[in-house]
Design a protein around this ligand. Structure first.
Ligand SMILES: Nc1ncnc2c1ncn2[C@@H]1O[C@H](COP(=O)(O)OP(=O)(O)OP(=O)(O)O)[C@@H](O)[C@H]1O
Ligand SMILES: O=c1ccn([C@@H]2O[C@H](COP(=O)(O)OP(=O)(O)O)[C@@H](O)[C@H]2O)c(=O)[nH]1
Ligand SMILES: [Mg+2]
Length: 168
């Protein structure tokens, strides 16, 4: 029996509409330096989201000023730029039902002092200026950020190959 993708997805997800939702998650320089990349990725995999984009890079001031365009007038902005350029980032695109909202809940409050235990920030950080990860905060914001950090060809469309019909 050859199951179509849609049959598979419909069995797992009640509404197929939001299944392809995507968000941008980045492990910030402190997260990379503290060897937290694997643990952070594991949380998204075990929750059931699908990794469709992944890269490690040192971000330019120009890219960050576009990424954080709404924060440019904030007093902490110069420090934020210094923090975000203090080492490489690991930038990811995760896909799945309601991924934007759910990943914000998994990441926790911007201020780690307010972030609940069990969230990434609540488990791994104590101060707002070193809060380990970035997560897009809306579906529109996610689309904008994904286009900023990734070219289309670097985003993978893939299906699980765990049906017996696909074994050779
Ligand atoms: N008052 C502050 N003092 C120092 N740093 C701050 C402060 N507010 C925000 N930041 C830094 O700026 C980042 C961006 O703030 P924002 O309000 O977008 O938080 P966020 O959406 O939770 O974080 P991100 O956009 O990185 O996921 C924060 O993650 C934090 O690193
Ligand atoms: O008072 C603040 C607010 C934000 N940030 C930094 O700016 C990032 C982006 O802020 P945003 O409000 O977008 O919070 P986030 O979406 O990261 O939770 C945060 O993650 C922090 O790294 C900061 O250093 N001080
Ligand atoms: Mg933000």
């Amino acid at each position: 029996l050859l199951m179509s993708d849609e049959d598979c997805l419909c069995a797992v997800f009640p509404g197929i509409a939001g299944v392809r939702e995507r968000t941008l998650i980045a492990v910030k320089p402190d997260g990379v330096q503290r060897r937290l990349v694997g643990q952070i990725m594991q949380r998204f995999e075990q929750r059931g989201f699908k990794l469709v984009g992944l890269k490690m890079l040192k971000a330019s001031d120009d890219l960050l000023s576009q990424h954080y365009r709404d924060l440019q007038k904030k007093p902490f902005y110069p420090n934020l730029l210094r923090y975000m350029t203090s080492g490489p980032l690991v930038v990811m695109v995760w896909e799945g039902h309601n991924v934007v909202r759910t990943s914000r809940l998994m990441v926790g409050d911007t201020n780690p002092a307010e972030a609940h235990p069990g969230t990434v920030r609540g488990d791994f950080s104590i101060h707002i200026s070193r809060n380990v990860v970035h997560a897009s905060d809306s579906v529109e914001g996610a689309q904008r950020e994904i286009q900023l950090w990734f070219s289309r060809k670097d985003l993978m469309d893939w299906d699980s190959c765990d049906h017996s019909s696909t074994y050779q």
